[in-house]
Design a binder for this molecule. Structure first.
Ligand SMILES: [Zn+2]
Length: 140
């Protein structure tokens, strides 16, 4: 791949990701998660897209776990502009596709022989780009 082809490829979205990216963009105001307020500086995040837009990434940022009732959760870690880590605990109540989301990531990782961590990073990068573009288009 040439440098230009590489740049073009990075502008596209993985077709397998899109459904999940759009569902993340819908995680919004009407849940127990938002608005979310930073305890350190008091900055308030109205919804998930704004949280993604206004915070900075930490590590690979998404970690699945099961609670004692065997419900699937996913922790999303981002840093507030003030430097505090703001975690969000997603469940299927906020993100109904959670189970199939991790299945899809596992499948991508297997089929493309890439570590799950890299697939998560790629997803996150595309997801964040999608939300920034939506943000721009809505004129806010
Ligand atoms: Zn803060």
């Amino acid at each position: 791949m040439t440098r230009v082809e590489e740049a073009n490829a990075s502008q596209k979205y993985n077709a397998n990701f899109l459904k999940y990216i759009k569902a993340f963009a819908d995680v919004g105001k009407h849940s127990r998660l938002f608005p979310k307020k930073c305890r350190t500086c008091g900055h308030e995040y109205a919804d998930f897209p704004q949280y993604i837009q206004d915070t900075l990434p930490v590590g690979h940022g998404l970690e699945p776990y099961k609670d004692s009732g065997d419900a699937l959760h996913t922790m999303q870690y981002r840093n507030c502009r003030c430097g505090s880590t703001l975690s969000i605990d997603l469940t299927e109540d906020e993100y109904p596709l959670l189970e199939s989301f991790w299945e899809m990531l596992g499948k991508e990782s297997k089929e493309r022989a890439r570590p799950i961590r890299e697939v998560v990073l790629e997803f996150r990068e595309q997801c964040n780009r999608y939300m920034s573009e939506q943000h721009r288009f809505s004129g806010e």
